[in-house]
Design a protein around this ligand. Structure first.
Ligand code: GN1
Ligand code: MG
Length: 369
């Protein structure tokens, strides 16, 4: 394996000798490898992107706070559910800095396990809801003010719209023309997408610890498809339930890929939505607080919109943030996510009906607070 990777691995206080490294490619920001060792144990070695995470110490502090908290809660609640864990450096501390500003951390690989880019069936959709619900239930008694806001205003749509407006004003004319339709779509949707942010600012939706990147590939399952835990904890921060709920639904219930080039293939899997909310609100121990179920049906549209908006902003700025696989990839992603936001907005009444009945059954069985 690559000498630099092996050297970095050996700086961590692990007795095992690395023998192979495989780049895991589902993320758009950081670089992550699975490292296998001669003893048979495997690890996850990650380099945090300095572009996305200018203050990696704060990120690491959040990851440690959340995993330590989870390990006390999850172990008591369900021994079968593993908790991600970070390994220290030989010299002390948990982050190794490289000369390019990158910051490395190491975790034991949780296995046997697998993840999915898209859900194959309703069973996985239900397990995804259960997995997110357990994460949010186990972190619900961790004071969000103890965590750093590592990416200020990460899901604050007002702020993201402001960044988009600035990018648009200074964008290269060629890119602006290419993106003309997506720019018009943002103009049409922006006002209606602000509903959740306004409720948060007004104090109707209370803060809690959230994961903030709850797409399906960030959930681990057993090889048989039982949900295990949330992974990719770089964005754990104070947030609101709507961010995690909406972001998970955004990816899970889309009939197309996140970067689907054909808008006709983008649609909503209502059966997956029903299974997901049954898992999250009916089967997990999550007890939504007053205000947390207000406008929940608006959150998948809002989260698809904000992700699309960020991808469009990055395209207009020359692709500096998200890793892209080909020229124009960010624009393709943005078009797909903006189309998806429109589909979720059209399906709003159906999402709301399904949510109402799932929350009612959970309340009848004494789960919701
Ligand atoms: C990024 O790197 P990854 O794939 O875990 C992004 C998320 C987006 C997601 C879209 C720190 O996550 O906010 O929702 O891409 N993470 C960051 O797939 O910006
Ligand atoms: Mg992430």
């Amino acid at each position: 394996m690559n000498v630099k990777l092996a050297d970095i691995f050996c700086r961590f206080a692990v007795g095992d000798l690395p023998c192979a490294a495989t780049l895991l490619t589902s993320g758009h920001i950081n670089q992550t490898w699975r490292v296998d060792t001669t003893s048979g144990a495997s690890y996850v070695l990650q380099r945090l992107s300095p572009v996305a995470f200018p203050d990696p110490d704060s990120v690491m502090a959040n990851k440690l706070a959340v995993t330590r908290h989870l390990s006390t809660r999850a172990a008591a609640a369900d021994a079968a559910r593993p908790v991600p864990r970070f390994l220290a450096l030989r010299e002390g501390g948990f982050l190794l800095r490289d000369e390019d500003g990158g910051a490395w951390n190491l975790m034991p690989f949780i296995g046997p396990s697998r993840s999915y880019l898209a859900a194959p069936d309703v069973h996985i959709a239900r397990e995804a809801g259960l997995t997110l619900g357990e994460f949010l239930s186990h972190t619900s008694d961790l004071d969000p003010t103890l965590l750093n806001e590592t990416l200020p205003g990460f899901h604050d749509l007002g702020r993201r719209l402001g960044e988009f407006d600035v990018a648009l004003a200074s964008a290269d004319a060629g890119r602006r023309n290419e993106a003309a339709q997506a720019i018009r779509d943002v103009g049409e949707l922006r006002e209606s997408m602000l509903v959740i942010e306004r409720l948060r600012v007004a104090g109707v939706i209370p803060p809690r610890v959230t994961h903030n990147d709850t797409k399906l590939p960030n959930m681990l399952f057993t090889p048989e498809g039982k949900g295990l835990c949330m992974i990719d904890l770089d964005t754990v921060m104070p947030g609101i339930l709507h961010y995690d709920f909406g972001d998970a639904v955004r990816m899970l219930c889309n009939t197309g890929a996140e970067d689907e080039p054909d808008p006709d293939r983008i649609g909503i899997r209502l059966d997956y939505f029903e299974a997901f909310i049954e898992g999250m609100f009916g089967s997990s121990r999550l007890a939504p607080q007053p205000g947390e179920t207000t406008a929940l049906a608006d959150s998948p549209a809002a989260m698809a919109f904000i992700v699309g908006l960020r991808m469009l902003t990055d395209f207009l700025e020359g692709d500096r943030y998200f890793t892209t696989a080909y020229p124009g990839h960010n624009l393709v992603r943005a078009r797909a996510q903006l189309a998806l936001a429109g589909r979720f907005a059209e399906a709003r009444a159906r999402l709301e009906d399904a949510l109402e009945s799932a929350l009612q059954s959970a309340a009848d069985s004494g789960r919701t607070g």
